[in-house]
Design a protein around this ligand. Sequence first.
Ligand code: CA
Ligand code: CA
Length: 288
Amino acid sequence: MARITAVTAAACAAVLATALPSSAINSYNATPAPERTEVGALIATWDDDGDPATPDRADWVCSGTMIDDDTFLTAGHCTTDWPADVRFYVSLDQDVQAGLDAAATRYPGDPAAQAAAVGVQGTAHTDPAYPGPSSDPHDIAVIELPAQRMKARWSFTPATLPTAGQFDALGPQGLDSAEWFVAGYGTQEAVNGPGGQTHPGGGVRMKAPVTFNALNNAWIRLGMTAPQGNGGACYGDSGGPNFAVVAGRTVLAATTITGDTPCYATNVTYRLDTPGARAFLSPYVKLP
Ligand SMILES: [Ca+2]
Ligand SMILES: [Ca+2]
């Protein structure tokens, strides 16, 4: 079920090298999101040849959101299970893939320089309770960044987090009538080819409408079926935002975690209005 692990995303990134440049999020009902200045890509450099003295790879692996001037919110599964030498960078560029492609040409064999060309390096803090049970998986992490360097590089408006229990209080009708959309840098839905299924695209900041399906203790389930006019999230969108427009206010409701394998049906997202999410976030950001 775990759709969008960092390792999977890294494998997808390898696929991307041979894929046509294309859009991110799912291909249907999606549009570029240059106005979502707070949404960024999580970039990693890591050892890929068994010699940890040298990082060998630099690639975008997940998505996330600035929630204040120095804190980038992403998923716990994006920051764990890496080689020990992993380093994380955040980029708020619109087209991170193009930037990485250019940097690979300019700085061959130097993943750290490639990552620094598109991003700012930060320090990952994963919820120590991750992975928890499905009632609260604690699949949440932040990258702490140097605020001045972020501000010097990009102009962005941090996302607004929900208040405690906001989605319980909204009730089924409020949840249904809210306008929901997902954003991120992930790949497209599955495409059948001669060698099996691939997920082309990714590395570009995109958004797509989704619709409310269900509220659980830790999760908001969002519909991404094309006939209903929805788009959706796929590999590499993990950690990225799912926004709800409530009473005219755009709230960062939940982060993309998992869903169906080919990315056609459901986005399963981690709520940010729960006691668990708020307890983890409180040292890093002023909560509403
Ligand atoms: Ca190495
Ligand atoms: Ca902060």
